[in-house]
Design a protein around this ligand. Structure first.
Ligand code: PLP
Length: 383
């Protein structure tokens, strides 16, 4: 099977499995004062240092969570008390939209252009209106979109939110981690969510970075772990696996460039084979590992099935919720009509992808396209 669904979850790296196995074999509770507990504490704190260094912050600002969903929920619920209104972009991940929708604060949304990029002028107007009414916003905007790979101008947005409305900014950086250079300090945000399983770490581990000095109301209360921000015995093995995945990123300096070149060749091939193929966000800055495309009327579901039968795993629509076939709110926000949005599939690559994987995927897809289009022509070669 060729796996091209890294934005859903990346294959777990061998060194991560090793780190997890090692930590599981050494079973102390990080809150225990005996030697085994202190060793477990060491694992957690060393992972915190590695993560902090990787994302340009200090260890004290890092809170480990059970993943990106919990980090997003903690960010919004935990910081809501500082603000009077919530503002989220229309292309946020479901975990942000659901958390925002379940809160008592008034909620407004801000949109994107046809390329999926936040409309800064419209956001500026909304922020000015907020400031005019004396309301302080908590703004949530993702660093990179899970469906299209489009990268948002988060640093500019953070500046606007702080300068125009004195608000707080949260960024869901789950898809940005390891794919683009990013620094909590340089982005200038107040809160940032991360997840391990998008970079070849284990699922079920993530982190929330919280600006120093910003009080946060915990969602999980109890033993007071993680400086009281997130109670519950730490997932030591998962955290060790997260750290191992982060360390592996250090040896992958040229990967994004490589994946970007392969994606460009893949997209050229799609366009040549199917001139009616639309590539979402093609004119925006995108993660090098992601392409989301559609041929109007060729449904995403049948493409995913045809590719699966051909030995290639990809996603249709919002892949984090694979299995439920709903129209993508992201593509709708970008102006795609129902037919186009339901025809989209996403191919996403990563640390273990080869050029041959993409060539073979393109060949399987071309065959499916031709069958659908009723064409009969010599098949694309795999290479
Ligand atoms: N945010 C984004 C942008 C995602 O792609 C995902 C993917 O699942 C999440 C949040 C949720 O992260 P997790 O699966 O770790 O809960």
């Amino acid at each position: 099977m060729i796996y091209l669904d890294y934005n859903a979850t990346a294959p777990v790296r061998p060194q991560v499995i090793e780190a997890i196995t090692g930590a599981l074999a050494d079973h102390g509770n990080p809150s225990s004062v005996h030697g085994m507990g202190r060793r477990a504490r060491g694992v957690v704190e060393s992972a915190r240092e590695i993560l902090a260094a990787m994302v340009g912050t200090v260890p004290e600002t890092v809170t480990f969570t059970s993943g990106g969903t919990e980090a997003n929920t903690l960010a919004l619920r935990g910081a809501a008390g500082h603000c009077d209104v919530l503002m989220v972009s229309e292309v946020e991940h479901d975990s942000v939209l659901a958390a925002a929708g379940a809160m008592d604060l008034p909620l407004t949304r801000f949109g994107v252009d046809r390329n999926g990029v936040i409309d800064l002028a419209a956001l500026d107007d909304q922020l000015s209106a907020c400031a005019g009414e004396g309301r302080r916003p908590l703004v949530s905007v993702m660093l990179a979109n899970n469906e299209t790979g489009v990268i948002e101008p988060v640093a500019e947005i953070a500046r606007l939110v702080h300068d125009v409305a004195g608000g707080l900014v949260h960024t869901d950086a789950v898809q940005g981690l390891g794919k683009i250079p990013m620094s909590f300090c340089a982005l200038g945000v107040d809160l940032m969510s991360l997840s391990a399983h998008k970079i070849g770490g284990p699922p079920g581990v993530g982190a929330l970075v919280v600006r120093d000095g910003l009080p946060l109301v915990p969602v999980l209360a109890g033993g007071g772990q993680e400086r009281g921000r997130r109670s519950g015995t730490e997932n030591v093995a998962g955290i060790a696996g997260f750290a191992a995945a982060l360390e592996a990123l250090e040896g992958e300096a040229g990967l994004a460039e490589q994946l970007g070149a392969w994606r460009a060749a893949f997209e050229d091939r799609l366009r040549a084979w199917a001139p009616d193929c639309v590539i979402f966000g093609a004119d925006a800055d995108r993660l090098a590992n992601t392409t989301c495309f559609a041929v109007p009327g060729l449904t995403g579901e049948t493409q995913v099935m045809a590719l699966d039968l051909g030995g290639v795993a990809v996603s249709s629509g919002a892949a984090c919720s694979s299995g439920k076939v709903t129209r993508s709110h992201v593509l709708s926000a970008m102006g795609a009509d129902d037919v186009l949005a339901s025809s989209a599939i996403r191919v996403s690559t990563g640390w273990n992808t080869s050029k041959d994987d993409l060539d073979r995927a393109a060949a399987v897809w071309s065959r499916h396209y031709d069958r659908w289009a009723g064409r009969n022509r010599p098949q694309a070669a795999a290479g």
